[in-house]
Write a protein that binds this ligand. Sequence first.
Ligand code: HEM
Ligand code: HEM
Length: 156
Amino acid sequence: MPRPASYSRLQILLHWLVVILIVVAFLLSDQMDDWEDLPADAALPFHGILGLTVFFLMLARLALRLFRGAPPPPEADPAWQKRVAEASHWALYALAIATPWSGGFAFYLRWEEAADVHELLKTLLLLTAAAHTAAALYHQFILKDGLLGRMGLERR
Ligand code: HEM
Ligand code: HEM
């Protein structure tokens, strides 16, 4: 896989757009409380529209990741941390792609089990993203290696 020196502007834009959409999808998840009372052909509530958008943007990100690549992990990181970081990035791709599918299966196919899977996946997504955020902040403020600059948050 290619290892460019930095993330592209498009990769950075998509990273933060997806973060915002996921946060708002979480905040608006009450919209789905009574989803079983809605007819299957009802207009998809905004929660679902946000989630479907996340799905398509993550596909674009995955393609960029595979064909354009990502910069190598910070030089100074021990090998195990590089492996954990790499694995958690792939886990975030997998979870942010699978969570919308499970929601869609629940909503469109009236599939109870898919709703349970959706609840599980959104929890895993939340936990993984929280650990990922903590790691990014640890790099930035404890190790002071300027990691956030790689995702466009440079101090000027
Ligand atoms: C990354 C995208 C998504 C995230 C982070 C997300 C997150 C959530 C959260 C936090 C809940 C509340 C669960 C609870 O009450 O414990 C929920 C419920 C729900 N979401 Fe999503 N969702 C996403 C995408 C979608 C999509 C694309 C659809 C439909 C097309 C959808 C349909 C539903 C449904 C039907 C429920 C109710 C499930 C139930 O409580 O039985 N979601 N979602
Ligand atoms: C829903 C929340 C989030 C998701 C789904 C997410 C997802 C991802 C993914 C998949 C990557 C890997 C990109 C790649 O190499 O292909 C990444 C990298 C990164 N993310 Fe996030 N992220 C989230 C929140 C955050 C937050 C809140 C911060 C900052 C506090 C952050 C900072 C970073 C940084 C600095 C990188 C680059 C890491 C590196 O180059 O080694 N992310 N993110």
